[in-house]
Design a protein. Structure first.
Length: 140
């Protein structure tokens, strides 16, 4: 029985340790958003990611993917390096849901996909998302 619990503990810890960690340091990321075929201004971020922040890539992606849009990751499936995400966005102007997929490594991420939903002015709309980030150097 002790062997079984040791195996479960090792499996759980190894999955957690490798599942959501990126390299701490300066990261440059860009979100390219296309709404109904029209490209919106790029969202660029340059962040100095601490060691504790680097341990939770899910939180970083949710906060920076499409800033100020009230989007929530409702499904997170990460089997290094492959990531599949279901995203739900909702505010007084729109409601949308969709799937993104891509890769996340220690020093790079690339995630893309489409959200489908309704906008109060545009009606039914498709939103393309292309989100990329790279580690550039250690922070000073």
């Amino acid at each position: 029985m002790k062997t079984v619990w040791t195996f479960v503990a090792i499996l759980t810890l190894s999955s957690f340790a490798s599942a959501q960690t990126i390299t701490p340091g300066l990261w440059k990321a860009k979100s390219k958003i296309t709404v109904g075929g029209m490209t919106m201004p790029l969202f660029d971020t340059n962040d100095c990611i601490s060691s504790s922040e680097a341990k939770d890539i899910k939180k970083y992606i949710q906060e920076n993917l499409i800033p100020e849009t009230q989007c929530t990751i409702t499904k997170w499936d990460y089997k290094k390096p492959d990531l599949k995400v279901t995203l739900t966005c909702e505010n007084s102007q729109y409601k949308a849901k969709g799937n993104l997929s891509g890769t996340v490594t220690d020093k790079e991420f690339k995630i893309a996909g489409t959200l489908d939903g309704d906008h109060v002015v545009m009606g039914e709309v498709s939103v393309g998302v292309d989100y990329k980030g790279t580690y550039t150097k250690a922070c000073k």
